[in-house]
Design a protein around this ligand. Structure first.
Ligand code: CA
Length: 229
């Protein structure tokens, strides 16, 4: 599955350059041209990474970064800041604001891609793993097998994909629309309520009577894999 990158940048030429290089590198690219649009797009698209320009009109990149970190559903989304300024103080402020890394403009496309891949690897160590583990749950992607505390869990194909997606992003809240997008795909039309049906089946399969429900329902937001229910 392609990692989804949200580019928040107001300069059209840079957006085009970024889009070209990111798509060449196999990423799915979404763009927003100012901070407010960026925050909205981040909530709607649930990107795997945000590439955020420092100098944006109206709401600065720094402020967008702070607000992303204060938003429950977005708190864990990695952010790389693009900056034209090289001063140390700015870098530090950037990292203080919650950015994971920063790249100074002008940047070389290969360095940009390498930094993105490094941040993605750090933030989603399990994305390419063959076994996904979260607390007592073990999902073997090669053998297509799921266990909880050593007990075999039998899942239908949709529940399997749903659990795989949640295991790849533990703790992160996904809306029904985002789950439809990630698990069912863009082109399929399914009612958001279908997600609830499959979450219910997944819960039933995963949770024995005396066990903690590992799926957290976040009111009016969606679902997350979370032990701290
Ligand atoms: Ca700019």
């Amino acid at each position: 599955m392609k990692a989804k990158i949200l580019v928040v940048e107001d300069e059209a030429a840079i957006v085009a350059l970024l889009r070209y290089n990111l798509e060449q590198a196999g990423f799915e690219v979404w763009e927003a041209n100012d901070g407010e649009e960026g925050l909205l797009a981040a909530q709607e698209q649930s990107p795997d990474l945000i590439l955020l320009d420092w100098m944006l009109p109206v709401t600065s990149g720094l402020e967008v970064c702070r607000r992303v970190r204060r938003t429950t559903e977005l708190r864990n989304v990695p952010i790389i800041m693009l900056t034209a300024r090289g001063e140390e103080a700015d870098k530090i402020r950037g990292l203080d604001s919650g950015a994971d890394d920063y790249i100074a403009k002008p940047f070389s496309p290969s360095e940009l891609i390498a930094r993105i891949n490094a941040v993605l690897r750090r933030s989603q160590p399990s994305l390419n793993a063959e076994t996904l583990i979260y607390d007592e749950i073990v999902m073997d992607l090669t053998a297509h097998r799921v266990q909880r505390s050593g007990r075999d869990i039998h899942l239908g194909p949709t529940e399997f994909r749903l659990l795989r997606h949640l295991l790849q992003h533990p703790g992160r809240v996904f809306s029904r629309e985002q789950l439809l997008d990630h698990v069912w795909g863009h082109d399929v039309y399914v009612e958001p309520r279908t997600v609830d049906v499959h979450i219910r089946r997944l819960r039933k399969a995963l949770n024995a009577d005396d066990e903690i429900d590992v799926i957290r329902t976040v009111r009016s937001a969606g679902y997350a894999l979370d032990m701290r229910n």
